[in-house]
Each structure stands twice: as structure tokens, then as C-alpha cells.
Design a protein around this ligand. Structure first.
Ligand SMILES: Nc1ncnc2c1ncn2[C@@H]1O[C@H](COP(=O)(O)OP(=O)(O)OP(=O)(O)O)[C@@H](O)[C@H]1O
Ligand SMILES: [Mg+2]
Length: 508
């Protein structure tokens, strides 16, 4: 049964189309009325849902300065209180921001047909009720049957069962200051995808793990078979998969004349049947060296650039791991970048993997996937001067991936440094605490749903508190991110404990 919380009344200029006020019923059953609570009233258009935006306590008795003076002058205010029951004059009112109308299919309010905008105010005198969990889930766009449980909705404390299709398909970004809980939230999301019922359909996950934070997943018995770790030290780019243009991408100094020459040599190698399309960068260099005609200095320069690339020890005759094999439904492949320090090398690898995955997916050769990019500002920065090799492909994935069921999740602690093109394509945003005013402004610029009011709340969020907004939900909603079900070994260890462990190690 619906819990009644108050009655709509006229207060200042309210009710109007976007707001109404109600007098809060004296608490009888311990139901706590709080800011942020979802309530509804029957307006002439249907079920009008809103959230409590403000609570005001009024007491007519204390509205007059003279009374307060008399109250304070008396040596024993309790006597006065006995004479005048000032507490009885106190009442609380709530100001509600209207969110929308629910139109039900039938009279018993079971099936929601649609949610629409309101065009007429609530009626004074009408009762106000708390929104029941089931209705709220439908109203917010949660998926009670197969949703990803990311935590609990603030105030109402109901489970936040985010619809997977809505969250993943139009890309999403996880943003906060360092230590705000982005990686934690990501692992909660990964847990949800890995334990999701098989019959519901779940994409493959590919994750670029810059700090080795997700390797613990492999140690969890339940996930053992579904987690694959690929150490970047063993990563090999398959040279036969690269066009001459890709080499220019990785080695900017290659001129257009050299590029033309290079594509000639690559064509020649591809024709060599005995190589079976398995040639390496050394083979290309050899062909250039052996070629008798052509401009000598062009060749020399080209050899120089290619040798420099060769020294990165990234280019082999075959790709390793084979990217068409690593993408499997409901499995996660973690590319561990922990030991790699060269940002250029990291960007080349990310560029290669993204290009390959995108092409494979476009031709329907691999399963639909979710690509999670940690520290996305390193791979897809905004500033024109920090030219990142991997930026164009990430922007392309952000723009076009959706059509091919290639989903993108960008994680960053500096939204301002992240490409606006990529960020604005991330339709859903999971925003944890952000304090930096420049980052907040950038976020407001990239998403019109983030108003000044939301920006203020975002800056005051604590660790593990997030605002979910965009395509994943019908209305922005604040969520307490749940605890991980499966724990990282060192999670509870403090800095002091790490120091003590180190001391012990030194003694040995
Ligand atoms: N929902 C949560 N519940 C409990 N603890 C949390 C939660 N979210 C974050 N934490 C704690 O906060 C710490 C920092 O979180 P996390 O490593 O996810 O931050 P981050 O945003 O990824 O930081 P960085 O940008 O530096 O990578 C974690 O070690 C964890 O203990
Ligand atoms: Mg992190």
C-alpha cells in the first residue's frame, strides 16, 4: 500500500508546472522524509512524480521578533512553553521538483505505458505518497529482471538495477578525482557482467589496465576460466595486418614520398607466396635494402625510421595474442600495462588493438564487446599539442562503435584533459566526486544535463557515491556504489601496513 506523506498546498507561488509544495504529515510510522525522496501525487494529467528538492521548517510562533525576545528574556523558557504550546505550531513543508508523469495502461496501475512531461500543476489539497520501488524502477528506467546491480539509490535505498543495453550501447564514461572510486566501480560493473545470467546475453569485455589493478580477478575461483590476462611485454603487433599508412601513424616522420615507396614494398612482400603472409618488420627493411631502383636517400631515410620502430620490439610476423580469439561472450581480457613506461609504446598498442577490434567487429568476426579504457586521457587527450597516436581510433569508436555493438567505457580523473569529441559521445556518465572547477565546467559543457545544481552536488560527493545520468536512466539518479562481492587481497591494507611489510622484506 502506498505510504501517504503529506498534502499539496499553496505556498508562495506554488504549485506551478515544474514544482509543488506539500505539508509533511507528522511522522507516525517512522517514515523519514528526506531531501531526494521520490514522491507522487495524482494530478489532473496522471501520476505526477517528483523529488523533494528542499524541506522547510516553519513555526508561526517564532516568526515574530517580539515573541522571540519575550521567550529569551524569560528566565525559564519551559514555563513559557507550558503556557504556549509552541512545538505544536511547528510544521514542515517540502518543495518538490516535478520530474514527469506516468501514464498507466490500466486502472490497477500495473503496466506503465509511457513517461511524459507534465503540462499542468499539481492540485492543492491532493494527497502526496511515497513512490513504491517497483514504480520507481520503471520510472527511472531500471531493469528489475536483468539489470546490473551497481548499488543502492540514495534516500529510497532501493537497488540500482541499471539496464545493460541502455548503459553500454551508447558508450559511457566514469569520471572522478583520483581516489574517487572509479576503478572500484569498474570492478563492480565487471563482477555484474561476469555473473550475469547466461540467458540474458552479455558482451565480451576488453580492459586496458594501466596499473595492474584488475589482475586480482584471475584469483577468484568463480571467474578463473573467464578472466584472461595478457601481459603487454609479450604483445606483438602482426606486421602483415598493417598498411603503409599505419607505419606513418606510428612513425610520424615518414614523408609522403617514403610512404609511397613503403606501400610498394609491402605489396611486393604480400605477393611472395612462400612467406604465406607472415613477414615481419625485419623482412620489410630487408626488401628495402635489397631493392636496386628507387631514390637512394628516400630508401635510407625509410630504413632509418623503420629500424627505429623495430627497436620498440613490438612488431612481429604474427599478432600475439590473436585478437580474434580473445573476444568471447562473457569473458574478460585484461591487457596489463603495469610494467610499460613508454607512453608512445602504450599508445601504439592501444591504437593497434582498437583498430583490429573495430574492424573485426564491423565484419561480424568477433562477439560484441565492451572496451574499457582506464586513464583514457592518456590515450585520447583533448589538447592538440599532445598528439596521441590512439586518439583518432578511440574517437572513431566513440562515434561509430554503437552501430556495430562495439561499446566503449572511458575512465578518467581529468575530464578536462579528455577529448571532448569522445566524451560527448559517451551518452551515459557515471560521475563520482569531482572537485576541480575546470573539470566540472568541462563536464557541464559536454553534457547539458549537468546543471549548476548538479555540479555543486558532484563536488560534495564522498568516495563511492555517484551520479548516474544520460541514456542509462530516464532521470539523473544518485547511487551509493555497492561493495565488491569479490575482494582484492590487499584491499584493506593501510599505508602503514604496506610500510611494515616492506620493512620485513628488507630484513630478510
Ligand atoms: N563503493 C566503494 N565502497 C567501498 N570502498 C570504496 C568504494 N569506492 C572506492 N572505495 C575505496 O576507495 C579507494 C580508491 O578507489 P579507486 O582505486 O577506485 O579510485 P580511483 O578513482 O580509481 O582512483 P585513481 O584515479 O587514482 O585510479 C579504494 O581502494 C577503495 O578502498
Ligand atoms: Mg583507478
Amino acid at each position: 500500500m502506498a505510504i501517504k506523506v503529506g498534502t499539496v498546498f499553496n505556498y508562495l507561488q506554488l504549485p506551478n508546472v515544474s514544482k509543488f509544495a506539500f505539508v509533511i504529515n507528522k511522522r507516525q510510522d517512522g517514515t523519514l522524509i528526506q531531501k531526494g525522496l521520490f514522491v507522487y501525487t495524482n494530478s489532473s494529467e496522471g501520476f505526477l512524480i517528483g523529488t523533494i528538492e528542499e524541506i522547510v521548517l516553519l513555526n508561526e510562533y517564532f516568526a515574530d521578533a517580539l515573541t522571540i525576545k519575550a521567550f529569551n528574556n524569560n528566565n525559564n523558557p519551559n514555563i513559557l512553553k507550558g503556557l504556549f504550546p509552541s512545538d505544536d505550531f511547528e510544521f514542515a513543508i517540502a518543495i518538490v521538483k516535478c520530474l514527469g508523469l506516468i501514464i498507466f495502461k490500466d486502472k490497477d496501475n500495473q503496466e506503465i505505458v509511457r513517461v511524459q512531461r507534465m503540462s499542468y500543476p499539481a492540485s492543492p489539497g491532493k494527497e502526496v505518497y511515497m513512490v513504491e520501488e517497483e514504480v520507481l524502477n520503471k520510472f527511472l528506467g531500471f531493469d528489475s529482471k536483468a539489470g546490473l546491480n551497481l548499488g543502492r539509490v540514495k534516500v529510497t535505498n532501493s537497488e540500482a538495477l541499471v539496464n545493460m543495453n541502455r548503459l553500454l550501447n551508447k558508450h559511457f564514461a566514469i569520471l572522478s578525482i583520483s581516489g574517487g572510486g572509479k576503478s572500484y566501480l569498474t570492478s563492480v560493473l565487471i563482477e555484474e557482467l561476469l555473473i550475469r545470467n547466461k540467458d540474458f546475453g552479455t558482451p565480451s569485455i576488453i580492459l586496458f589496465d594501466v596499473h595492474g589493478e584488475y589482475l586480482y580477478l584471475k584469483d577468484i575461483p568463480k571467474f578463473k576460466d573467464r578472466v584472461k590476462i595478457q601481459d603487454i611485454s609479450y604483445f606483438q603487433i602482426g606486421v602483415p595486418k598493417l598498411s603503409a599508412y599505419s607505419f606513418k601513424k606510428y612513425q610520424e616522420q615518414i614523408s609522403s614520398v617514403q610512404l609511397r615507396e613503403l606501400s610498394k614494398y609491402i605489396k611486393k612482400l604480400r605477393k611472395e607466396k612462400q612467406k604465406k603472409n607472415q613477414y615481419s618488420l625485419t623482412d620489410i627493411i630487408k626488401v628495402v635494402e635489397e631493392e636496386t631502383d628507387g631514390n637512394k636517400s628516400t630508401k635510407q631515410a625509410l630504413i632509418g625510421w623503420l629500424s627505429e620502430l623495430e627497436r620498440l620490439t613490438l612488431f612481429g610476423s604474427q599478432e600475439n595474442p590473436s585478437l580474434d580469439k580473445v573476444v568471447n561472450n562473457q569473458e574478460i581480457t585484461i591487457f596489463n600495462f603495469q610494467k610499460e613506461v613508454s607512453i608512445r609504446k602504450k599508445q601504439i598498442i592501444v591504437d593497434y588493438i582498437c583498430n583490429r577490434l573495430f574492424n573485426l567487429r564491423r565484419n561480424d568476426n568477433i562477439a560484441p564487446f565492451l572496451l574499457v579504457v582506464e586513464e583514457a586521457h592518456q590515450f585520447c587527450p583533448e589538447a592538440a599539442h599532445s598528439k596521441a597516436i590512439s586518439k583518432p581510433i578511440i574517437e572513431m569508436l566513440a562515434r561509430e562503435g554503437r552501430k556495430f555493438m562495439a561499446c566503449l567505457c572511458l575512465i578518467s580523473q581529468r575530464p578536462k584533459k579528455l577529448s571532448t569529441t569522445a566524451l560527448s559521445q559517451c551518452n551515459s556518465k557515471l560521475v563520482l566526486s569531482i572537485k576541480n572547477p575546470y573539470d566540472l565546467k568541462h563536464l557541464m559543457d559536454s553534457s547539458e544535463a549537468i546543471t549548476k545544481e548538479y555540479a555543486n552536488i558532484i563536488s560534495s560527493l564522498g568516495v563511492g557515491e555517484m551520479l548516474l545520468m544520460g541514456n542509462a536512466v530516464n532521470y539523473p539518479v544518485f547511487i551509493d556504489v555497492r561493495k565488491r562481492k569479490f575482494k582484492l587481497r590487499d584491499e584493506a591494507k593501510s599505508l602503514a601496513q604496506f610500510c611494515l611489510d616492506w620493512q620485513k622484506k628488507e630484513l630478510i
